[in-house]
Design a binder for this molecule. Structure first.
Ligand code: BG6
Ligand code: MG
Length: 220
């Protein structure tokens, strides 16, 4: 099957910027303070997962149950650590080839959207001066249902005035890949095919990707 592609939809953390590392460090600091186990594998289960739901993943992993108010306080503490780490981010944190790929997409008149569950996404974009690369920005502030629900991708497509079939999503999280497919879109996994087996295609980063070739590529 051959589709014509009019829009690229990008996740942020782990796709455009390596902020997935800083989310890890934020949770790790909190977990260490609380005496909880937290490692790369638990972090992988938190990729693309909203703040409170990520905390639930960590609590479940440690067999801990807490009242709501304490959970909110802990999630706020992790967020404060994360926001502090964001103060130091710069060009070196951008995923290899991502900006050149965005520039190529713009030059080809492809529409672009940012689709991030993070409520800090606007801050990350402004710290790095990346806002001009996106026609629309959809974040955790705009949605009620998190990935793997397709809501964030469908809302982005609606804002861009495009049908799902004309969109390709770039994602590093299994929940994001599932959300993209549930939205009826093709999904380029940024990561390994072992971690993202459902993705239509995968690549480690954007260095090998050509926006023009991809916009003409069939699903198989
Ligand atoms: C996603 C990240 O993009 O945003 C998750 O992959 C994170 O790790 C989620 O939990 C929510 O982010 P924030 O910044 O609103 O806590
Ligand atoms: Mg991500």
């Amino acid at each position: 099957m051959h589709y014509s592609t009019n829009a690229f939809l990008f996740d942020l953390d782990g796709v455009i910027v390596n902020t997935d590392r800083y989310h890890y460090l934020g949770w790790k600091k909190l977990a260490d303070e609380q005496g909880w186990a937290f490692d790369e594998e638990v972090n992988d289960a938190c990729r693309g997962v909203p703040r409170m739901a990520s905390l639930e993943v960590i609590l479940r992993h440690n067999g801990v149950t807490l009242p709501e108010d304490q959970k909110h306080a802990l999630a706020s503490r992790k967020n404060a650590y994360y926001v502090e780490l964001l103060q130091g981010i710069g060009e070196a944190d951008v995923i290899p080839g991502a900006v050149a790929f965005l520039q190529q997409a713009r030059a080809l008149d492809l529409k672009t959207a940012l689709c991030s569950s993070s409520k800090n996404a606007p801050l990350v974009l402004s710290n790095l001066g990346l806002e001009p690369y996106f026609d629309t920005v959809v974040t955790g502030h705009d949605i009620e249902r998190a990935k793997p629900d397709p809501q964030i991708f469908l809302l982005a497509a609606e804002r861009l005035g495009e049908r799902s079939e004309a969109c390709i999503v770039f994602e590093d999280a299994p929940s994001g890949v599932q959300g993209a497919l549930a939205a009826g879109m093709r999904c380029f996994g940024i990561g390994s095919p072992e971690f993202l087996p459902q993705a239509t295609w995968t690549a480690r980063d954007f260095l090998q990707l050509d926006a023009q070739a991809l916009s003409h590529r069939a699903t198989v």
